[in-house]
Each structure stands twice: as C-alpha cells, then as structure tokens.
Design a protein around this ligand. Structure first.
Ligand code: PLP
Ligand code: ZN
Length: 416
C-alpha cells in the first residue's frame, strides 16, 4: 500500500486517506465514488517494465500498481491465483472480413469463473481479508457475483449474494456450487444493488458493489495493463468494450492513465463504449454532452449490461470523452450476430454482453469511424457458456436425425 496517496472523490475532488474512508466520499454519500490516487514518481523509482519479466502470468504480476498490501498470493490460494493474463489473439481472419489488418481479441471469458469480473473480485477478497471482514457481499447481474463467490471460496470467505431472479441459470449455478448464500431478488439489478447496499450497512458485511467499492476499478484496470504488455507496450489505437455500470471502461481508462503516467506507453487509445440499445443510458448522456443520466427500465438479451442506473457513470463518461472515443448502441440482433461472427471467425465463444463490444466494432467500421490501418482491440468480457440459451437463440437448434446412414445422407446431401 506504500504507493497510494489517497482516495479522490470524482464529484468534489476531495482526497481522503485510505484508513479514513472505506467506500465513498462522506460528503456525497453513495454518489461520491472514489478514485485511488498513486504516487507514480515513487512507483517509477522502485519498479520498471523490465521487473515484470520474472513475475507470474496473472494479475498479481502488477501487485506494485494495485491497492493491496504485501500479502503473498500464490497457488495455494486456489483460483484466486490464476486470475488474468488471458489470451490476446491477433484475429486475422475476423479482421479481414472487416477490412482491418490489426484486429486483436482479448478473451477475458478465460478467467477462473469465466468473466472479467474475476479481476475485481480477486481484489475485493484481499481487501475484505485486510479489513477483517467475516462476510463479503455483492449485488450483481450475475458475473460479479459468481466471481466474488469463486474468489472467496478459494480463501474460505463466506459470501451473501443478491442477483435478480432473472439471472441466467449457469451464473446462479456457479454461485450455488461455490457455496454462496444466494438471494434471488424479485426485481431488477438496480433494486438488487440498493438492497445489497442496505444489507451490507445493517450487517457490517464487506461490500463489493460496483462503483461503491473504490477498489473494483483497480482490479479491472489490469485488463488494460495486459493489453499493452501483450502488444509489447505499443498501445492500440482503439479498445472496444461493452458497458453497463461503466466500471470496466472506467477501469481500463485508469489502467491506461497509470501506464501513461509511468511512461510505459506513449499514446492513449480511444475507448469505445458499447451499450445495448435497450440499456443505453450512457450513450444518451454522451450524445447530450452531460454527466447527468436519465434512469430507464432496461430491456436487452445482454443481461450483464442490462442496467437502468449506471453507477459508475462519471468515470465511464470521462473515459470516453477524454480519450476521444465514442459511445455506440447496438441492437440485440446485432449482438446475436456478433456472437456468431466472433465464434466462427476467431473461435471465441462470448456471452451476449461479451460479444457486444464486437457488435460495436462492426457498426463503427460500417459507419466509417475506424480506419483500416488502425490497431483495434475488442475486449470480450464474458464466456458464452454462461448463457447457452442466448447462444442457441443466435444459431437455431441443431438437427435431429435417426441413427442411420440414410438419415445422414438425407441431412447432408454433399459436403463439402
Ligand atoms: C459486468 C460486465 C460488463 C459490464 O461492465 P460494467 O462495469 O458494468 O460496465 C460487460 N460484460 C460482462 C460479461 C460483464 O460481466
Ligand atoms: Zn465528494
């Protein structure tokens, strides 16, 4: 923790000591999301890019740049150990279809619980342990919860989870098998969020809620570190990412700002935030040029980004505005198309919210917003096995046949 200067409120800019405040700005309550401020000069003196050479292939290689104490995290801590360092593919074939020579796909569905949320939940578990918490809790559309439950299980920390009762079955199954106490809320994610917050205050549980707990962006920023390191520190021109609450895109921006401040990258990629058309609160705010949002009742197949009140709106809007990126809205149909294209063009199986980033790239490319020579990264945030019903919606059912060669010949007249 030696390198943290404090926690700065995104609304008023007031800075607090980390031992003064646990979650939000005391002046602004739950709206006053805090940003962790680092002493880059001190980090720069103590650590360089070259020091990464002998670090493990997971997020803990960046421990110097994370808000966690000097605890040892190794393979005896189970799945917590293997978070991050997910593959970044040069997706040549997929890129060719779009006229892009330098398209990269980072598959964060390859994390222990199959989504990017492991990056944040891993940090949450360490912070909960540091705080001496006996229980950790979160509200979630599903992935943050399965990540918290999985990471907590690897250290034996009990969890209480609030998810909307409509969460995909696989995500609920993950919670149950990891031993979480699961509360299926008969309401929206936004209602589950408020409920979890109230319960954490009443019971004194450690709360992982996105855009309430200031350390979640810090975990998520490691995806940006990896993208740049995997590209040999040549930062890409653009990163496409799906956006619900806005914590991931805010985290990516934080990671990129860290790297720029340390002089590890020499350019800032444009961040392209992609939302589902039925849940496009930030797209609307961005178009209107405001940081005020108008809450909606969201409606989209992409459950992980089905958010009516994006809690991390300020970081999310600034991430796009200050990097010169854009917000885009894609329809559920474009998301389902993107799931097929990604799977068939690069072998990457994404859940709807995971493929949303690619749907955004397709749209931006067709609108002439992306030059053919640009180096573009699509961040796939969650694995398709988390929601097989949507995958089958994207493809249609498989064909049934009688167990005979005649049936095969009838079904497949001539192939190839
Ligand atoms: C949580 C999540 C998102 C969106 O992240 P936010 O921080 O809410 O914007 C996108 N895709 C997947 C798969 C997720 O689990
Ligand atoms: Zn404040």
């Amino acid at each position: 923790m030696g390198y943290i200067l404090g926690l700065r409120c995104v609304l008023c800019g007031e800075e607090y000591n980390t031992n003064q405040v646990t979650y939000v700005c005391p002046k602004h309550g739950d709206e006053g999301i805090l940003d962790v401020v680092y002493d880059y000069a001190a980090i720069g003196r103590a650590f360089s890019r070259n020091d990464l050479a002998n670090k493990p292939p997971n997020i803990w290689r960046y421990q110097t740049l994370l808000p966690i104490p000097d605890v040892s995290i190794d393979d005896t801590t189970g799945a917590l150990w293997s978070v991050g360092w997910t593959p970044l593919y040069h997706a040549e074939r997929l890129g060719r279809d779009l006229g892009l020579a330098h398209l990269y796909v980072k598959d964060d569905g390859r994390n222990p619980t199959a989504s990017l949320k492991d990056r944040a939940s891993a940090v949450a578990v360490i912070k909960a342990r540091e705080a001496g918490a006996e229980v950790a809790t979160t509200a979630s559309s599903g992935n943050a919860a399965s990540a918290l439950a999985g990471m907590a299980a690897s250290t034996g920390l009990p969890t209480v989870i609030f998810v909307p009762e409509t969460a995909p079955q696989a995500k609920v199954a993950q919670l149950l098998i990891f031993g979480a106490r699961v509360l299926l809320v008969q309401g929206t994610y936004d209602q589950a969020f408020d409920l979890c917050l109230a319960a954490s205050k009443e019971y004194g549980w450690y709360c992982r809620n996105t855009a309430y707990n200031p350390y979640m962006s810090e975990g998520k920023k490691t995806a940006a570190y990896e993208i740049c390191e995997q590209l040999n520190w040549r930062a890409p021109d653009r990163i496409f990412v799906s956006v619900g609450d806005g914590c991931i895109i805010g985290g990516l921006w934080k990671g990129l700002r860290d790297l720029a401040a340390l002089g590890w990258i020499d350019r800032m990629p444009k961040l392209m935030g992609v939302q589902a058309a039925g849940s496009a609160v930030l797209v609307e705010a961005w178009r209107r040029g405001t940081e005020e949002i108008t809450p909606i009742v969201p409606q989209t197949i992409a459950d992980s980004i089905s958010v009516g009140i994006p809690r991390d709106r300020i970081k999310a809007l600034r991430a796009v505005r200050e990097t010169g990126g854009a917000y885009l809205a894609v329809t559920d149909e474009e998301i389902l198309d993107a799931m097929r294209l990604l799977a068939r063009g690069a072998g990457v199986f994404a859940e709807p919210a995971g493929a949303t980033a690619y749907a955004g790239l397709v749209q931006a490319e067709h609108a002439g917003q992306v030059d053919s020579g640009e180096r573009v990264v699509v961040l796939v945030t969650g694995n398709g096995l988390k929601d097989v019903a949507s995958a089958i919606k994207a493809t249609g059912q498989a064909q049934r046949i009688a167990p005979t060669m005649d049936a095969v010949r009838a079904a497949v007249p001539k192939m190839p």
